[in-house]
Design a binder for this molecule. Structure first.
Ligand SMILES: *Cc1c(COP(=O)(O)O)cnc(C)c1O
Length: 334
């Protein structure tokens, strides 16, 4: 089984009017900095503040009849998407996560009526609780990225990007478990085979990058990052998102915490947008010179469900402590 353009077109019909048609806006600052048009796909405008609603709505639309409810593990935004989609269908939702997830995200999920279970220090422990709920309580699992329906839902972003701008030369896609990158890549390669597709993630704990380097999924220690939504493994039993990323992405670029810090400031001060660290890795890749653009480019501003204390620290140039490391503060423009 894999994901094709046909699955993504079907997903577009399933989510229409609820999680599609987010704005695509130019960044004049990035155009000045790179010499190319850089467009921002604003998934922060989704009702849950992140793109994950696309995959969750599509997965629930394809749920077998008679499901008792749904469960998932999540770094936050997937849980929020599943909670929103389940509430819309009047289904019970149980979201399991590790204690690395920021408090703001936990509260957001509870506010949508879902049950939240905080289990241990890693996504793997949360995943074990999901398996237990499926076996013991008859809930259907909605995986965060390694699932055909979820990947097809996220892939609708690729359709929207290339419908709006067929001239796009490069897509910079934030990369964690790879559901977003796999979905966009399936759509984009089908519509425009020669397009340049770059996954971007943080240096610290880059699970997909480690898997691609090894040729198979590997265990990666989970560490705190400004891009907290990009944390977590890809699953040692990964079936879909790993092979799709391996086969369809041209390259994966890694950005440092200092580069993410700076890109959050750029997006705020230059474009007046508030977004999570995970959202700005595409900008960071351009601003650092790690990616050179040769034509119009787009990146996905994936979510805005950030920790406000941490965001305020970044935009005011304060140090940010992440577990054992400190990202050195620097005032914007200093
Ligand atoms: C989930 C998420 C990502 C990464 O998506 P994957 O499908 O796991 O690669 C990026 N940004 C935000 C805000 C997310 O919530």
């Amino acid at each position: 089984m894999t994901v094709t353009l046909a699955h993504i077109l079907a997903a577009a019909a399933n989510i229409r009017g609820r999680a599609d048609a987010t704005p695509l806006v130019p960044s004049p600052f990035l155009r000045h900095a790179t010499g190319q048009d850089v467009l921002l796909k604003l998934e922060i405008a989704q009702p849950i503040g992140a793109f994950k609603l696309r995959g969750a709505l599509n997965a629930l639309a394809l749920l077998p009849e008679g499901a008792q409810g749904v469960t998932c593990c999540s770094t936050g935004n997937h849980g929020r998407g599943v909670a929103w989609a389940a509430r819309a269908r009047g289904l019970r939702a149980v979201v399991c996560m590790s204690d690395l997830v920021p408090q703001a995200k936990v509260a957001g999920i509870r506010a949508l009526g879902a049950e939240v279970r905080i289990i241990g220090r890693s996504q793997d422990a949360a995943q074990a609780e999901v398996r237990r709920l499926v076996a013991a309580e008859g809930l259907a699992e909605i995986p965060p990225f390694d699932d055909a329906a979820v990947i097809a839902g996220q892939g609708t972003i690729g359709l929207e990007l290339l419908t709006a701008r067929p001239d796009l030369d490069t897509l910079l896609i934030p990369l964690s478990g790879g559901g977003l990158a796999a979905g966009i890549a399936v759509a984009a390669r089908a519509i425009k085979p020669g397009i340049r597709l770059i996954g971007v993630t943080m240096e610290r704990g880059a699970a997909m990058q480690a898997a691609l380097a090894a040729g198979h999924p590997v265990e990666v220690a989970e560490v705190a990052s400004l891009a907290d939504s990009l944390g977590g493994g890809i699953g040692l039993d990964n079936r879909l998102s790993f092979p799709l990323c391996r086969d369809l992405l041209d390259e994966v670029v890694l950005v440092s915490e200092a580069e993410i810090y700076h890109a959050v400031q750029v997006l705020f001060y230059e474009d007046r947008l508030v977004a999570e660290g995970a959202s700005v890795v595409g900008l960071a890749a351009c601003l650092s010179g790690k990616v050179r653009l040769e034509g119009p480019a787009a990146t996905v501003i994936t979510g805005r469900n950030l920790d406000m204390g941490q965001f305020l620290a970044v935009v005011t140039g304060q140090d940010v402590t992440l577990g054992e490391t400190v990202v050195k503060g620097r005032a914007y423009g200093a």
